[in-house]
Structures are given as C-alpha cells and as structure tokens.
Design a binder for this molecule. Sequence first.
Ligand code: CA
Length: 233
Amino acid sequence: MTPAATRPRVLVVEDEQEIAGLIRHALERGGIATVEVATSGDQALKLAGEQPPDVIILDLNLPVLGGLEVCRLLKARAATAQVPIIMLTAMASESDRVTGLDAGADDYITKPFSLRELAARVRAALRRGKSAEAPAMQVYRGRHLVADFDAVSITVDGAPVRLTRREFELLKYLVENRNRVLSRDRLLERVWGYDQVIETRSVDVHVGRLRAKLGPAGPQIETVVGLGYRFLA
Ligand code: CA
C-alpha cells in the first residue's frame, strides 16, 4: 500500500452523500487514492482550481450547475484541462454517454456501478495521467504490433504493414488515446477534419480495413457498442 502522503488525489463530485461516501471508502480502503468530496459543481470548480487533483469522478446529475457544464468548464481551464474525468451517469442511454464524452469526459460509468469496477477505472485513469506527463510516445510496442509513428513504420510480428495515410492517422490517434473510448464524431473531427464531407459510417469502414491489415493485432481496436472505438493496450 502506498503511504497516504504520496497517494494520488481523487476529487469526487456527487451531491448524494451516501454514494460519495461509498466511493471514498472504496478508494481509500484500497490505498488507491486519497479522496476529497465536493457536493456541488461550484465547490468542485473551486477545489479543483485551487489544487488540481489527479482524477475527477464527476456525477452527471448535480443540482444547479450540472455535470456536463462542470466537465466543460474543467476542460476549458488551463489548471484542470489535463485532469482525467470519469463521468458517473444514471442514464443508460447512448446519447447521454456520447454527450458526456463530447463534453471532454475521459471515461464514464453507468449507475448502478460496482465499486470494484470504479476502482479499476480510477487506476486506469491514474496510469494514463502518468503517461501523459511523459514525452509523447513515438513508438508503440505491443505483443504483435510495433508502430513507430515518427518513422512511419508499422509492423505486425516483424512484417511491415502498408497503410493509407488515413489509416495511419487513424491508428496513430487511437494509439495516442489508448484505453480511451473515442466517439465516431471525435475520430471524424480529429482524423478527417471538419472540412471533409464524410459520413460517420465511413469511420466504421476505415476501422474495418485497418483491423484487417493489422491481423493478430486487429482485435486491439475494440468496438464499444453505440459509442465508438477504443485501442486496448
Ligand atoms: Ca447526483
């Protein structure tokens, strides 16, 4: 167990005291993090601004200032723009989850959730936060896939793979954001750009081709039903 003083800090933004208490208990008991609780969006913005935490768990359904707005404000401010946000949502509908991801949330969990799952997501977010501090990774080395984005060299089990420019950009963006769910709209925006008139569906076509070319590494690109794609690393 990590000594308390050096543990990462997690800010839980949740107006329901009981849920906030359960989350605090799960993360502190496991020695994963020290937890601070904000019961309103205003309080969250104040606390996070004063001393940015390592991860923010943000309830979507907050009184007065809603979770989506809080998320947008946190991501718009320099002090907190890089802090991973895990959105808690009671709503299981796809559009709510997509809206959360589009507002800048890095991950989401639908209520009711298991504390074990929540703890796992927090640990993953902390790992991502750490790697984001390191200089941008230019070479990805997986079990099958080695991608050197600087040298524009992609190999699978040692054999070079020829990708189109778009497939290369798609793979690069997926790998740079590994273990994060990326919506089709976000992929369109970042890989194709707004000036391109293409349909969301063609993202699926490109992902399909990319997967096929990557052979045994193809399954690392996971389809997240109703949401988009995630590169598992
Ligand atoms: Ca709530």
